[in-house]
Design a binder for this molecule. Structure first.
Ligand SMILES: Cc1cc2nc3c(=O)[nH]c(=O)nc-3n(C[C@H](O)[C@H](O)[C@H](O)COP(=O)(O)OP(=O)(O)OC[C@H]3O[C@@H](n4cnc5c(N)ncnc54)[C@H](O)[C@@H]3O)c2cc1C
Length: 712
């Protein structure tokens, strides 16, 4: 078969080149005049020999008496035909359709010009590859258009007209519109309802780690997509497009046959297990409330920006969400265009081109770096040079270094890099007030603690507020209605991520919205009662050993600082009577609580917590049949799963055509190579191949065409 292809082509092309109009298929070759003529002369027409014999016979039609049979030459195997050497070493071939095609050069050419020949082959293979790929894509594309119609979809009447219930007599969303539409959806009936509030890092990691049909999942979020937040600063200046950073939640929950509900959680009725959700109505103009019932509830609603009680934040932009990034991009482009108008006064131009970033954490630093990159790369090229000269980017940081959660080496590297890129860093400065056209700051002298802070004003055409996190309104509400919740920034959970004070095994929280409980002092009396077994008002060494075991399990963050059991006991046993008094234990707990800081508010933590809950719920789902057979409704998480443990994988930050990486005191800072490493990590962290492709295209696009400078 492999050998017959060139033969056919040879016959056909030869005939065609000689003006023959009779083209016979290969299957008829033995009965063809050529074969007949060869056979009549006793020449064997074995597949190996046919091609050359035919070639000979057709080349010299008249000299048929001595058909010298030769094997075909290797180099001419692709399109067997007569070659016309071209100046580029390519041979032109008359093909079947009379068009010219290129062929691999003959052997002599290969020997004479090996490099050129290799290049030719490479080019031809690439062209062929691109042709095949394009054909496959077009072929696939053609099959993606469908005109499928559905009619008479089964639907539960309760999903069209929900009954009312709960304390506030609101519509109860017990069934969904698609619950009955196919066998797959119907099979979910009776499965425990897992309601996930939020569609960010924690929620998506949880959904992705759940087995497909274990829970009847409902995801509630006001945004219909998951956003890859670490690259939002890049989207603010058009280095990447926001569409490349988002993945529709509906696509993500399809794997678990889940339901998506566009709305915001407002309140919780833990007794009846109902979440109160606000959903849009009247075409999005108004809102209404309803209840969503749950068996297990996961709160993953992230955080908002902390305003630290500063006045005038309405004049600031924030960078938390996709719309925030879009608004910032619009404002930056508007300022540049206004500054480029000849009618703008020099003073106004200066103000418009002053960009102030309040907060020297990773988000503020990355935004400032992206802005400075844009000014240096695109503004300088396409705007009047005067603008690039007048642009000023200022970062205001309350501590004595930017990126102060990273190692000192990294902070210093970032500061040096910023100095080189003309980004001003004002350290030890606090924002007093933000006005429409300026930021008022007070700067302390770190060397003279008693000196009065100096007040300064920075005129600003744009201000970004990026200074820490605060609770979402729903988290605040939760903390209000629960007992024993004391944290000011998040809801407290135990180390199984169960919300403290909520009925056990029903309400969980993770990510920025949650903080793992570390306040040992609050639990001093209950721990004392539990472990002073002989009730002598002291804790002896035996009791202490049991207490440590418990603390390690219940407070994993604090347990890191417990040290050796005996050493701790001896250190706090001040009177050396081999017993700890209440005061001695209280002192130890105060020290432990101070040292044990909660997990950082990062995507890394949220994602690991989501995966942890996913694994825990999967384990429970696997045991469901056994539990039901034994009449057990639910199982205490502590009996079948381990507590959550965070594994820090390092911190990354982009600082303007370079990046920094920090891991447990080991740090790496560098130029373009580090930046490519930074991109690779974020690229691999994407939730889908679609966003990976889009992101890759964005980076390539920026390299070739620059950033998109249009303003919408
Ligand atoms: C610009 C920027 C850059 C960042 N860079 C990094 C980085 O490089 N590395 C890193 O580790 N971390 C980074 N972070 C932090 C990281 O994004 C957060 O820590 C992470 O998103 C927290 O995840 P989460 O699941 O708790 O909440 P989020 O991912 O914030 O998701 C919260 C979700 O809840 C929804 N929601 C809010 N309120 C309600 C409600 N009432 N009802 C229903 N849904 C609600 C929101 O719409 C959203 O979908 C960055 C954050 C920002 C803003």
């Amino acid at each position: 078969m492999f050998r017959q292809r060139p033969l056919t082509t040879s016959i056909m092309s030869t005939m065609s080149s000689r003006g023959s109009t009779t083209l016979r298929p290969i299957t008829n070759r033995v009965s063809s005049p050529i074969f007949k003529s060869l056979n009549s002369r006793g020449i064997t027409t074995s597949p190996t020999l046919r091609s050359s014999s035919i070639k000979d016979s057709t080349r010299s039609k008249s000299s048929t008496s001595s058909a010298s049979i030769q094997r075909p030459k290797l180099g001419s195997a692709f399109f067997l035909s007569h070659h016309r050497p071209s100046p580029f070493g390519l041979s032109s071939t008359s093909s079947l359709l009379g068009r010219r095609a290129f062929s691999i050069p003959p052997k002599s050419f290969t020997l004479k010009y090996p490099f050129l020949s290799l290049l030719t082959r490479l080019v031809l293979s690439s062209v062929l590859g691109i042709f095949v790929l394009t054909s496959v894509i077009l072929f696939h594309d053609a099959f993606t258009y469908s005109e499928r119609h559905v009619d008479r979809v089964p639907c539960n009447p309760l999903s069209l007209e929900p009954r009312r219930g709960g304390k506030k007599n609101l519509p109860l969303l017990e069934v969904n519109l698609d619950d009955e539409e196919d066998d797959g959806k119907r099979s979910m009936k009776g499965k425990p309802r897992l309601v996930v509030i939020g569609g960010g890092w924690g929620a998506v990691a949880l959904i992705q780690s759940l087995p497909p049909q274990a829970y009847n999942v409902t995801l509630i979020s006001p945004q219909t997509y998951f956003a890859f937040t670490p690259l939002l600063p890049s989207a603010c200046v058009g280095t990447v497009e926001v569409r490349s950073l988002v993945e529709p939640l509906r696509k993500l929950i399809a794997r678990v046959r889940g339901h998506y509900l566009m709305g915001s959680a407002m309140d919780l009725d833990m007794a009846e297990r109902l979440v109160e959700v606000e959903v849009p109505k009247d075409g999005g103009e108004g809102t209404m409330r309803c209840y969503v019932p749950y068996d297990k509830l996961v709160i993953a609603i992230g955080s908002t920006t902390n305003n630290h009680g500063v006045k005038g934040l309405e004049h600031c932009y924030q960078l938390k969400t996709v719309p925030d990034a879009q608004n910032i991009r619009r404002k930056v482009m508007a300022n540049l265009e206004l500054a480029a108008l000849p009618t703008t006064t020099p003073a106004e131009r200066k103000r418009l081109l002053s960009f102030v970033v309040c907060g020297g954490g990773p988000t503020g630093v990355e935004f400032a770096a992206e802005l400075a990159d844009m000014m240096a790369e695109d503004v300088l090229k396409y705007y009047p040079k005067l603008l690039a000269n007048e642009v000023k980017v200022t970062v205001i940081q309350s501590r004595d270094h930017i990126l102060n959660t990273y190692s000192e080496k990294i902070s210093q590297y970032a500061e040096k890099r910023f100095a080189r890129n003309d980004v001003d860093v004002v350290i030890n400065a606090r924002v007093q007030e933000v006005q429409q056209d300026k930021v008022v700051i007070s700067i302390k002298d770190p060397k003279d603690k008693d000196a009065k802070a100096k007040t300064e004003e920075i005129e600003a055409g744009f201000v970004l507020w990026s200074t820490g996190i605060a609770m979402q309104p729903f988290t605040k509400r939760l903390v209000e209605i629960l007992p024993n919740q004391y944290h000011s920034k998040a809801v407290e959970v135990d180390n199984y991520l169960r919300v403290e004070g909520a009925p056990l095994g029903t309400v969980y929280a993770l990510g920025d919205a949650a903080t793992v409980h570390t306040n040992l002092v609050n639990d001093l009396y209950s721990l004392w009662d539990k472990f002073d077994v002989n009730k002598d008002n002291t804790i002896d060494y035996e009791e202490w050993q049991e207490m440590v075991k418990y603390i390690k399990k219940k407070y994993p963050l604090a347990s890191k600082y417990l040290g050796k059991i005996k050493d701790m006991f001896d250190e706090y046993d001040k009177d050396k009577d081999q017993k700890l008094t209440l005061n001695e234990v209280a002192e130890m707990f105060i020290n432990l609580t101070t040292k044990a800081t909660s997990y950082p508010a990062t995507a890394q933590v949220a994602s690991q917590q989501g995966k942890y809950l996913g694994a825990m719920f999967s384990k429970l789902a696997k045991q469901r049949n056994t539990l039901e057979a034994n009449g057990i409704k639910d199982l205490d998480d502590e009996t079948y799963h381990h507590p959550f443990e965070y594994m820090h994988l390092g911190s990354l930050a982009y600082i303007g055509n370079s990046a920094v990486f920090d891991y447990e005191g080991w740090s790496l800072a560098g130029g373009l190579l580090a930046m490519y490493a930074w991109r690779s990590i974020y690229w691999s962290e994407q939730t889908s191949m679609r966003t990976r492709m889009l992101l890759m295209l964005d980076w390539v696009k920026r390299g070739i065409f620059g950033r998109d400078l249009s303003k919408f």
